[in-house]
Every structure is written in structure tokens, then in C-alpha cells.
Design a protein around this ligand. Sequence first.
Ligand SMILES: [Zn+2]
Length: 426
Amino acid sequence: MSVVADLIAELGTVCAGLPDQRTGPRRDRDYAMADIGLAAFSLFFMGSPSFLAHQRTLERGQGRSNCQSLFGISAIPSDNYIRLMLDGASPAVFDPMFLRAIEQAGPLTRFRCLGGRVLIALDGSEYFCSRKIRCPQCSTRRRADGGVECFHAFLGASLVAPGHQKVLPLPAEFIAPQDGAEKQDCERNAARRWLARHGETVAHLRPVFLGDDLFACQPIAAAIQQVDGNFILTCKPSSHQTITEYLHGATLDEYRQTVRKRGKQTTTIYRWLRCVPLRATADAIMVNWFSIEIRNAKDKRTYYNSFVTDLDVTADSVAELAACGRARWKIENETFNVLKTNGYNLEHNFGHGKQTLASVFLTLNLLAFAFHTAAYLAVLAWRDAVTACGATYRFFENLRTITAYVVFQDWTHLLRSITQADLRPP
Ligand SMILES: [Zn+2]
């Protein structure tokens, strides 16, 4: 169980280095920065906005709490004090912890595809929207009724793979007003910044980047190749005139696969065209275009999508490339939707702050998700506890409930209690 405890301890060290606005003797008397950072993180890790309140009650009654035993927090600061002290910290200080979580997750066997490579899906998401609250990091837009809405968005990156649901998040790049920029920031710019900041760090994973139609453009493709990555990007004909012109009248290569599953027959048709310019300029990157079409027994089309890639497309590789391209939706479904619905409270307003608080909280939330996935992949006792509960959301429900009333010695003790309690619904 040391994976979880180790990751939390390392995070504590990172938090201890957060900028401290306090001066003089107050700095030594008050809560340590490590306690403040870990206390905020514990809310997201336990998926409970009231976790700290319960632990304060336990501490009053029993003299100790799960904050101490599970998170190594020596004294629990108040919610307001946490907000005050974390506002202004740079979310980027937590970036290395995402890589640590991936290391701790163990061999990435289940994430390997295309001959030992990994897929990194990039996608934008919003995590805050208001007409009243705002900060300098807010982006703005005018609504149909004339009112101005403030919102926060980020470019998320996750390791995904076809064939299973697990995703491992990487650091986010915030879509926020940039110094010296006249235009509002956008997803594409954030993607280029992400690649510039993290491309080198993830190069050893030999990534193939996935993205939606918005990213199937020359600047992003070039930025990916610059960090030695390759890409499989959704490419809709309507937004890619040059490619559409090349496809028109061309003889496409084709590969068909018919399978029968539980008496139902489906036919998958792959088509491709190699060496197409991404845009109509002399310096255009040459890409391979391919499509996947699924037809049911009545020959009705049930699925269609098309992609561009800089990997070689052949009858041998096209099916796997298509499966990889299709794994992109997992960043929406298995990352963002999970964060918005499964107790992570991604859109819940823990506090917006005046400087960076909203993005610090978002980062800690993503990090909690990363630690959970690493724990699931690396720790048998964690998987056993999830299995014993029957479903992941039930596991977290139990985690929240029992830690509100019982102080556990450590994570092993907590997980064993969940596994042995037989909390499965009848
Ligand atoms: Zn804001």
C-alpha cells in the first residue's frame, strides 16, 4: 500500500515548497504549507467537500483523525485559511507529480499499442462558469442576452488505450489570458504550449497524440513532430478543403472485416489514401488519411469517422490505427465526465480566489484522479476493495462514509476494512 502513502508524502514535499506569504514569527507558529496543500488535496482525493469538517470533529473527540494517519497532516487548517494561502501558488509546481503517478502505476503494459507506444489524447474542457465571480485568469464571452459570462477552461492530456477504461491524466495547460496577447486564448494555442512544456518530458513514452478535428491542422501537427511525437487526429471533410479535394476522384485503398458476434454480423470497412497535404501551401505536412465505417447485418451504416496520421497506413495497420484514433473519446468520457460526476466535484466551486486558486484546485483534483488510477493499477489491495464494493463510485461512497466516523491507522487498514466489510449491495 506504500504507493498511495509514498505519492502523498511526495506531494507533501512539493506543498512544503509552495510560496508562503506570511512573514516573521507567524510563519513558524501557523500551519505549515505542507499541511495546507495536503488538506486541500485530501478533499479531492476523498471526493468529499466535508472531509475536513468530519476530521476536525474526530480530532476533537478522539485526539486524532484520518488527516494525520492517511495524509500526514499534523494540524488541520480552516477552509478559509486554505483558500487564502493557496491563492497565488502556481499550479505548474504540481506537474512533476503527474509523472510520478505514472511511474508508480507500474509497467504501462495495458497502455502500450502500435508496437510499444502510448497514446496521449488532448482535449479542452471547462471547469468554471459564472456571471458574478471573476478573476484575472477568467476568459469571457458575451451571451445572446447581452450579458458577459466568465469561464475557466483547460487543455487536458491523458494516456488512453483501446480495449480498457483506465486513463492516466497528465498536467493540464490552462486556457487563460496570456501576457502580451491581444486575442483571447484558445484550445489550439494551449495545445501548442502543452507540447512545448511537456513534449520533452513525455518523449520517453514514445507518444502518439490524439485529438479532435480542431487539432488536425498544420501548426499542431508540426508542434507534435517537433517533440518527436506522431499523431492520429480526427479529420472531418467539411473543415479540411485540401484533403477533401484530394479524396475526390481518388481511388482509395480498402480493407474489409466481417465479424459475427452473438449471432449479429457487422462489417467494418477501412479506406485510406496516402500522402495527402494537410493544407494548400508548399510547406504542407504530408499525412495519410483513413476512414472507418461500420455497417450492420442490414447494411446500414452505424458508425463513421475519418482521421489523418503521420504513421504508415497499410492493410495490416489500419484497423489498429482506427482503434487508437477512436480511443480519443476516453479523455471526455473517462476523464472529464468522471471528474464532473463521480464525486470529484470538478465544477463545484471550492473557491475561486483572486489569483490562481481556481486553477490550483483544478490541478489538485486532476492529481487526485491520477493517484486513484495509479493506486488501482499498482495496488492489489486497492483493486480488491473496489471489487468488493461492486463499482468504483460505491468504493468512494464507502471511503467517504467510513472515514467520517472511524480513524484508520493507515491506508492498508482502511482498504482491508472496506474489503472485509462486504459492502456489496444484496
Ligand atoms: Zn476566474
